[in-house]
Design a protein around this ligand. Sequence first.
Ligand SMILES: [Zn+2]
Length: 252
Amino acid sequence: MKTITCSGLMSSSDVQASSKIKRGVDVRFTTRTFLIITLLAILAGCGGPEPSDQPFTDFEKTVETYDVTEYAVPVFREDDGVTYINDILIVNREYSLPPDYNPGLEPEVIDAYTRLIQDAAAEGYSLTIVSGFRSYQDQEAVYADLAGRLGEEEADLIALPPGHSEHQSGLAVDIGSVESASNAAVAFGDTPDYDWMKDVAHEYGFIVRYQEGKEDITGLDYEPWHIRYVGEEAAAEIYEEDLVLEEYLGID
Ligand SMILES: [Zn+2]
């Protein structure tokens, strides 16, 4: 049986792990883990009123430096009218981009989708870019056209007003298969190409941004073709936990 010593209560790697915690679920897990460790420590005779050599004091000091709220609450930053939460740019129905925010497609996004498309081809799938960067003025035209044809209420379900489109961020692209891009009767979401892409996009730093069943949170209908670059680490967590970006950033 393993002997538990007081000095082994919280190693430096535990502290490092704690410092990376950002989400509520992890905080709860850590709190539970902490309670279990404390209980084991008491059972092992570490929690008595007599402080032994020094370890228990060290342990209390470690816990005091860990502020749960610092990691559980989203950290907002505004930079020239652009909002970042935990350093991830957010644009949706609520958060907008200024009319002069005009970065074009970011180089890391171009690099990521180029690799995605090449790897798809190597696996026998076809992916192609259908739409990339869209300026404020481009989105203004798209939205006005839709609103003119469908009425504002209908247009609102499938498009966002100027300043609110993720395409203006330079971090989002619309993907199609060669078939869906050339034949209006083929829906990308029904193709084997999409089926392959949805499970690997995170490896390239992308998420399928507007998910089915999360329309109330994202503010848009399901769009299997619209992928957003968030970096590989965030994309993997969002994919594995079946989240949308608003949930991941704690603003759902
Ligand atoms: Zn799109």
